[in-house]
Design a protein around this ligand. Structure first.
Ligand SMILES: Nc1ncnc2c1ncn2[C@@H]1O[C@H](COP(=O)(O)OP(=O)(O)OP(=O)(O)O)[C@@H](O)[C@H]1O
Ligand SMILES: [Mg+2]
Length: 296
């Protein structure tokens, strides 16, 4: 990762995102390779490397006996920030995140969105150069999500390096200049967001048909056509010379095309291609599990 970058780290559940973050922040051991944060090795120079990082973890890991304000102040103490400076920063960050009124409340009395904001405030206490956010917008309402986006964009403009994981692929597409896709512990894609989309997925051409088509006849086989459920839309990935061939085939089938559309690929298309189809994690229930006990 380059300094100043806004990097998106994507991958399905269990791909290894949190584990990677844990390796970078010294919470997990690794058997091979080396991790350095702004030049500091995370094992041999743990303190210096950790001081560069603000970590927003996926799970809430607050001390249940502390108030919001204490949570921030303890964090300042942990990073060796002088007491007065810690007080000042905690109060500023509570203000920035709209938590001033809740500062005396234990974290259990905060709503889910407030807890997320507190996690980010805490990560910023020691003014780190890089902010690592592990699914910061999970379970966050639309308004707060937009506010967080604006906030993260501003931090990045002001020079902070950002590393974000999210399951909202659209969010990464909007925010991140470069993305990496991890699947089963391996990087399967790493490029600028725009390039990754362009290289992995082509535009899709959509033909709207005048008459309903119930199935794709043999003549259309091999063209990579997808007939959509309504029977009025046929789509395919743009390839040189394919449009006239599809048109010809449709004509031969006595089909008229009413309208043509081009759908541009999104990061989600690229993501799905890179991570492939997953085996289902959830197995169907055996019929015996579904039977209700007889009423007596
Ligand atoms: N490089 C690795 N070597 C061995 N085990 C790994 C490796 N990376 C991840 N794992 C294991 O895979 C499991 C899932 O990893 P992890 O929690 O990092 O997934 P995740 O991508 O954060 O998923 P989610 O989106 O659900 O949070 C964990 O049990 C972890 O120990
Ligand atoms: Mg995770």
């Amino acid at each position: 990762m380059a300094p100043g970058e806004f990097f998106g780290f994507l991958g399905p559940n269990g791909a290894g995102k949190t584990t990677t973050i844990n390796a970078v922040t010294g919470l997990a051991n690794y058997q091979s390779g080396r991790v350095r944060v702004f030049g500091h090795d995370v094992t041999s120079d743990y303190r210096r490397s950790r001081a560069e990082i603000g970590l927003v973890p996926q799970e809430f890991n607050f001390d249940p006996f502390l108030s919001a304000e204490q949570i921030l102040e303890f964090e300042g103490g942990y990073f060796g920030i002088p007491h007065r400076e810690t007080k000042k920063r905690a109060s500023e960050l509570l203000e920035v995140f709209g938590l001033s009124e809740k500062r005396k409340d234990g974290y259990k009395r905060l709503s889910g969105g407030m807890k997320r904001r507190l996690l980010i405030a805490r990560a910023l206490m020691h003014n780190p150069r890089i902010l690592i956010l592990d699914e910061p917008t999970a379970g966050v309402d639309l308004e707060l999500r937009h506010q967080l986006w604006d906030f993260l964009r501003r931090l990045n403009r002001e020079g902070k390096t950002l590393f974000l994981t999210t399951h909202y692929i659209e969010e990464a597409e909007k925010l991140c200049t470069r993305v990496g896709v991890i699947h089963q512990g391996r990087m399967v894609g790493l490029d600028s967001t725009a390039k990754l989309i362009r290289e992995i997925s082509a535009d899709r051409i959509v033909f709207y048909l005048k008459k309903e088509m119930t199935f794709l006849p043999e003549a259309a086989a091999g063209l990579g056509l997808r007939l959509e459920e309504s029977g009025r839309r046929i789509s395919f990935e743009e390839k040189a010379g394919l449009v006239p061939r599809v048109l010809k085939t449709l004509q031969a089938l006595d089909q008229e095309v009413e309208k043509i559309d081009v759908e541009h690929p999104t990061l989600e298309d690229a993501f799905l291609k890179l991570t492939g189809k997953n085996e289902s994690y959830i197995r169907p229930l055996m019929p015996s599990h579904l039977e209700m006990p007889e009423e007596k």
